[in-house]
Structure formats: C-alpha cells, structure tokens
Design a binder for this molecule. Structure first.
Ligand SMILES: *Cc1c(COP(=O)(O)O)cnc(C)c1O
Length: 344
C-alpha cells in the first residue's frame, strides 16, 4: 500500500495539461437499480467537459502534456472511424495549439454513410484534423506501422509529430489519467473504503480499467473492478490488462503488484465484435435512456450495461452495490441513427 501523497508525487513527475471538469458526479441510478434489483450508482465520466467529454479527456491530459514537453506541433493518432479517442485528441490538440492528423481504420464491417460522416467523424472534421484512411482496422501492428509512415512524412515536411501510441510496446500514459480518476473517487468518499462491492467499466485498450485498478490497489483498496470487453475475448483481455499493470508499476516507479486473480474481464456483450451493436446492447442503450434519461453509446457503455445485466442474470451481482463507471461515447449514437431509431 502506498500513501496518497506518494502516489500524487509519482504522478506529478509526468507532464500534464489540466482539462478535465472534475470531480465528475456520482449519481444513483435508482429506477434502473430498482428494476434490476441492484444498488446501482453511475460515475459520470461522460461529463469530463472537453468536446462532449468521455474517458479520453483524462487520458489525453498526459499525452498532450507529453507532446508539448517534447516540443511537438502535430498530434498523430489512429482509431476506428467512430473513435472517441481520435475526436478528443483532435480537440485537445487544438486547445494546446497543435495540428492533428488522424488515421481512421475500417474496423467495423458494413458501415453506412451516416457512420462515415456523422458522430465523431463529423467532429474530427470540425476540429480540422487531417484525415488519413486505413483499410485493415483489425491489424493493430499494421495500423501502427502506417501511422509511423505518416509521421515520417510530417518530419520530412519540417513538422514535429507526436504519436499517441496505444500498442502494448508504448508506455500506458493514458492510464495515469485513470489513476487520477481512482484517487478522485476515493476522495469523493472521504478517503475510503468505498461503498461498492463491484465497479464495472469498459475494457478496450484497457487504460481506463488498468488505471482504476492500479489506483485503488495502490491505496490498499480491494474493491473488485470488472472490465467488460468491447473488442477482445476475456482471456486475451485479461492477459493484456495484467501486462499493462506491470507496465504501470514500471512507469510510475510505484511498488504495486496486483495478483492475476484481481484482473477480471467479462465478454458476453462483445458478441459481434468491435463497434457492432448486438440486440442486447441496443436494448441496454434504450433501457438507460427510458428508465434513467441517461445516454449510453453503442460501442462501449451500452455493452457495459448489457454485460452488467448478463452478469446479474447469472447471479454474479446479487445483493451487491455496483458502480457503473460511465466512459462517454455518446457522439457515436448519431452514427448509429438507423440501427437505433427503428421501432422495437
Ligand atoms: C475508448 C473508450 C473506452 C475504452 O477505454 P480504454 O481505456 O481504451 O479501455 C470506453 N468507453 C468509451 C466511450 C471510449 O471512448
């Protein structure tokens, strides 16, 4: 266990810009909780304040800080056509006075014109990002190699690009934003212990999942954190999380070792693959809207709620106090307009 000031000192060694509207609210989900038979609370990281919010704002505080510290003038990032990371990176690059080049990967099969033009894709254009396209979105190494070539070209033009790298070979700087998030949650509860038996959160690149888990365990809090997979199978994702947690200990110099048994992922709601909205995910998006007036998204948080409901149906959450960590993503709702608006 590490004291709060020691963790804060470790984080303070990293360049960072401050952008998040924090602390984000904790709200009871009373109606949905009652209909599910759960004690349910949501942490509103959809409301982090920059360019329609979401979890990438906390993560990008460290990437943009690092980019500025390295004298970069252009941010470069790769992601799906409806990537929230790409949209938020473009916004935060602008805010810091930098240009942004984005590579949009064709990761979701059979997308329509609305998916290509609306939602996050529209916002990327509003921020004036230079857009590159990449056909093979499920090949992470090839996508990264392609970004490296774009960076080479920018250097040839006299620019100083900064690549926001999410590959396992790059340091998990974004996860530091969720160590900050975990500390924030603990402070919101007067220093802990937390009044939850389970935290559920989306697990994609896993920087959010890892940051929360690392931050809580560093403080000696053992609240279970369950990652709901949005892209990979649970065993593959768990291995990724475990590896990234070790990277975080190395990155921060904090002596936090987390047993593999604390790394738990669940993949029921992943069913059809990244960005493909299953019937259960669609139902979850509609249910949150109709029971709580709360907007989820079709790619991440809708899957988290669908996954949470599936876990509950298996009895895994019975009688437990659950914190649903909302991570944003609502701009993608508009890219899935057709699939969401037909009558049920
Ligand atoms: C990126 C994203 C996630 C996944 O976060 P990771 O840190 O990549 O695991 C979850 N929800 C939303 C809305 C996102 O944009």
């Amino acid at each position: 266990m590490v004291s709060l000031p020691v963790i804060e000192a470790a984080l303070a060694r990293f360049p960072r810009i401050r952008a998040t509207h924090a602390p984000t609210a904790l709200e009871p989900m009373a109606r949905m909780g009652a209909s599910l038979g759960l004690d349910l609370t949501v942490k509103r990281d959809d409301c982090t304040g920059v360019a329609l919010g979401g979890n990438k704002v906390r993560q990008l505080e460290f990437y943009i800080g690092d980019a500025l510290a390295r004298g970069a003038d252009t941010v470069l990032i790769t992601g799906a056509v409806q990537s929230n990371f790409v949209r938020t990176a473009a916004a935060m690059a602008r805010r810091a006075g930098m240009d942004c080049h984005v590579q949009l990967e064709e990761r979701v099969p059979d997308i329509d014109d609305t998916h290509r033009r609306n939602g996050n894709a529209l916002l990327d254009r509003l921020f004036g990002a230079t857009i590159h396209t990449f056909p093979e979105g499920e090949d992470e190494d090839a996508a990264d190699a392609s970004v490296a070539r774009i960076a080479e070209g920018l250097r040839g033009d006299g620019r100083t690009p900064y690549i926001i790298g999410l590959a396992a070979s790059t340091p998990p700087l974004g996860a530091l934003g969720y160590v900050v998030g975990a500390l924030e949650l603990v402070v919101q509860h007067g220093g802990g212990p937390l009044p939850y038996d389970e935290i559920v959160v989306a697990s994609g690149s896993a920087q959010t999942h890892c940051g929360i888990l690392f931050g809580l365990r560093a403080l000696g809090l053992d609240t279970p954190v369950r990652g709901i997979c949005v892209r990979r199978a649970a065993d593959i994702q768990e291995a990724r999380v475990a590896r990234r947690l070790k990277d975080m200990a190395a990155l921060t110099g904090l002596d936090v070792s987390i047993p593999d048994s604390h790394v738990r992922c669940f993949h029921d709601a992943r069913e059809r693959g990244y960005g493909q909205m299953s019937a259960a995910t669609r139902d979850a998006v509609l249910r949150a809207a109709r029971e709580e007036g709360l907007l989820l998204d079709p790619v991440y948080t809708g899957k988290v709620l669908a996954g949470m409901i599936a876990l509950h149906e298996r009895g895994a959450l019975a009688g437990r106090r659950v914190l649903f960590w909302h991570t944003g993503g609502q701009p993608a709702l508009f890219a899935y307009a057709d699939a969401l608006s037909h009558e049920t």
